[in-house]
Design a binder for this molecule. Structure first.
Ligand code: MTE
Ligand code: CO
Length: 389
């Protein structure tokens, strides 16, 4: 309850004494009144450190950048504690000169800064059969968007000199899981980055400190954290993460492999189960859209479960392989509404409704769920996760 003596015309309690000093918080933290805005895990899917995940609180964030402390984490053996001066990056295989880099040597190469989203291919994986999780943090929160700084992978590969047979790169992490993924050389020479900073400061330990591979637009699993080894080869390695995991089981019992790109997707973050409507009248719908192929060209929103669509307003900047913020103004008179958003990318790819997605992919899949999310707004203003058709 509000104390009357803190309301106008009184001088409130906090305006009377001196405030805290510049030395009280040498590394700043959010206001204590925002302490509910945190990454959250689901105990039943993160039982052990052998495999753990938490989720970005998308419903509490504005704009397109995820603050470093709120980027979801996905580890296969916990986050290791790596002293940067003892870390090495090994580069070997089909190269003219095998090389071993210190972090200082990596940082001497020309760097660039780029905004990219990272989405785990398992984002929304539990939602294949139907609506499961009642919160946009859990249905869509395995995505984050950061401005990274680092060295183009191409620069480092050219330093070693690629042999003519070179076709694939193996990236390996320094965590106990030694996570490894094969990356085709074309992608490695295109926009992959060896990143040491995120949002202006050094990588957080849980995001791969001191060095991480970025594979823009492609599934998060390939973005090897705590990067310690790059091997150049002439064929893929078929590691655990690209055979037993991160393949897509189809209806006919066969599985798709190397489905790297994260296709266009979107979600309405307001209203959402965590953000109910607080009163009738004017509402601003807010959401996020992204495409691993490039830029978002358009986002449509529907208030009647996909029968009628209207274009949303895209906020600037709209960058390729980056989250895009969208808004739509609407009026709520207390009636039930079925809210959806549908992303379209610059190549004309349209985010699918679930019936079309399930027809193409079957019901036994986990990864690459980019189906259109439906939120049911009740007359009370509360919002639920529902599946239509
Ligand atoms: N890299 C290493 N070395 N170990 C890991 O467990 N997890 C992968 C990938 N890179 C992982 C890794 C997976 S499945 C995802 S989705 C992303 O990192 C998650 O990145 P984040 O923790 O920054 O969100
Ligand atoms: Co993942």
């Amino acid at each position: 309850a509000e104390a009357a003596e803190n309301l106008p015309p009184h001088v409130p309690a906090w305006s009377q004494p001196l405030g805290t000093s510049v030395d009280d918080r040498p590394y700043g933290t959010p206001s204590p009144y925002e302490s509910q805005v945190v990454r959250r895990s689901l105990k039943w899917i993160t039982a052990t450190r052998e495999s753990s995940v938490n989720f970005t609180p998308l419903h509490d964030l504005d704009g397109i950048i995820t603050p470093n402390g709120l980027c979801f984490e996905r580890h296969h053996s916990g986050a290791p504690d790596i002293p940067p001066h003892e870390h090495r990056l090994m580069l070997h295989g089909l190269v003219e000169r095998p090389l071993l880099f210190t972090m200082d040597e990596i940082k001497r190469f020309p760097c660039e800064s780029r905004f990219y989203f990272l989405e785990c291919a398992a984002n929304g994986g539990l939602e294949w059969f139907g609506a499961q999780l009642n919160g946009c943090q859990y249905t869509h929160g395995m995505v984050h968007c950061v401005q990274y700084t680092g060295v183009p992978l191409k620069t480092v590969l050219n330093e070693a000199g690629l042999k003519r047979q070179a076709k694939w790169i193996l990236a390996e992490g320094a965590d106990a899981a030694s996570m490894t993924r094969s990356i085709p050389l074309d992608k490695a020479m295109d926009d992959c980055l060896l990143a040491y900073s995120m949002n202006g400061e050094r990588l957080r330990p849980e995001q791969g400190y001191p060095l991480r591979l970025l594979v823009p637009g492609w599934e998060g699993n390939m973005w090897i954290k705590w990067l310690r080894r790059l091997e150049v080869g002439d064929q893929p390695w078929h590691s655990r993460e690209e055979t037993a995991r991160y393949t897509d089981l189809l209806e006919n019992g066969k599985a798709r492999q190397f489905t790297w790109v994260m296709e266009a997707k979107s979600v309405v973050t307001h209203p959402s189960p965590e953000n109910p409507l607080l009163g009738k009248g004017f509402q601003q719908l807010k959401g996020l859209a992204w495409s691993g192929r490039g830029k978002i060209a358009r986002v449509d929103v529907s208030f009647d479960g996909g029968m009628n669509w209207q274009p949303a307003r895209l906020d600037e900047p709209v960058l390729p392989k980056c989250l895009t913020r969208f808004y739509a103004d609407w009026t709520w008179n207390g009636e039930e509404r079925l809210i959806q958003s549908r992303a379209v990318d610059e190549f004309g790819y349209v985010q699918p409704q679930y019936p079309a997605l399930l027809k193409a992919r079957g019901i036994n899949s986990i990864y690459h769920n980019n189906g259109i999310q439906t939120w049911l707004v009740n007359p009370s203003g509360e919002v639920g996760n529902v599946r239509l058709g």
